[in-house]
Design a protein around this ligand. Structure first.
Ligand SMILES: Nc1ncnc2c1ncn2[C@@H]1O[C@H](COP(=O)(O)OP(=O)(O)OP(=O)(O)O)[C@@H](O)[C@H]1O
Ligand SMILES: [Mg+2]
Length: 277
């Protein structure tokens, strides 16, 4: 068992496949420090739709609330002794904590409320921002996509996610104050690019809970498009009650109701991401 206060330098933990220059997965962090904007709904359903499109996908739950974990039908008790917390702190190898899901090609690295402790335990560690990046190096080319569901903060768990990711997907809820706090997120992304992860890009901005009947939704969409231009995905995720119900059944929307507008929206988003890389 690795001590929680030691940290190997990033380069030393590269997997053999990485050293040989083998294909790495595309790692996408779903991030916005604002709460309740649709990060988890997007991470779970985008990951599920990529898997339905036969892309080998790993969903990583980086939030101690563990909503992505329960949304995939995995109970807290099942993962108490083996989850992202143990992998991040080096207590267990990543392969020991990855779960298969009911969807072929979709695996889950689950979270648990004990992940809250990781932020505190990592405080004195060397290279603490690189913990996730290092452990993901060990999954090599087993996956084509890795989707990271970030918590609603810019703390250590989000910093780890942005340091490990190739790109960040920013969900924006079509509501009042939608753009509030985005400056802080964009500034954090710039700091990460400068100091920790040069390759990090914004892969896209996603409008969520869009209701085309409401002026407010249309106004927010226009404002977001004029600010982010072609970085905004063509697909907007409609407000759809089936998307809100699905986690209560422990199912991504493609299992819960494949013909719902929510499922169609997330399939279309997955299509855009596969097409544009
Ligand atoms: N398109 C949608 N239509 C209807 N309800 C939605 C939609 N997207 C998300 N929701 C609901 O809105 C709530 C917040 O969504 P979600 O949990 O995905 O946000 P979050 O950004 O992950 O929240 P947190 O910041 O707490 O992690 C949930 O109850 C979810 O079911
Ligand atoms: Mg969430």
């Amino acid at each position: 068992m690795t001590s929680t206060t030691e940290a190997a330098p990033a380069a030393a933990t590269k997997s053999p496949t990485e050293k040989l220059g083998a294909r790495r997965p595309a790692i996408i962090a779903v991030a916005n420090q604002k709460g309740g904007v649709g990060k988890t709904t997007t991470a779970v359903n985008l990951a599920a739709c990529l898997a339905v499109a036969e892309k080998r996908t790993l969903l990583v739950d980086m939030d101690p609330q563990a909503n992505a974990t329960s949304g995939c039908g995995i109970e807290a008790a099942e993962v108490e002794k083996g989850n992202i917390y143990h992998a991040l702190l080096g207590h267990l190898p990543i392969h020991d904590v990855v779960h298969l899901t009911k969807i072929p090609h979709l695996s889950l690295l689950p979270s648990h409320i004990n992940l809250t402790g990781a932020e505190v335990e990592m405080v004195n560690m060397i290279a603490r921002e690189q913990k996730l990046s290092n452990i993901l190096g060990d999954v090599g080319e087993e996956y084509e996509y890795v989707i990271l569901d970030c918590p609603p903060s810019l703390g250590q768990l989000t910093l780890n996610s942005l340091t490990a990711a190739d790109s960040v997907l920013i969900p924006i809820q079509c509501e009042y104050y939608a753009l509030e706090g985005l400056g802080k997120l964009l500034n954090t992304i710039r700091l990460i690019q400068r100091h920790l992860n040069k390759k990090l890009q914004i892969c896209g901005v996603l409008l969520t809970m869009y209701d085309r009947r409401l002026n407010l939704s249309r106004q927010v969409a226009d404002e977001v498009r004029s600010y982010f231009g072609n970085k905004v995905y063509k697909t907007a995720i409609a407000r759809n009650v089936r998307l809100a119900e699905a986690p209560g059944h422990g199912q991504p929307i493609v299992l819960y109701d494949i013909v719902s507008p929510g499922a169609q929206n997330y399939m279309s988003l997955a299509g855009e991401i596969i097409k544009h890389g």
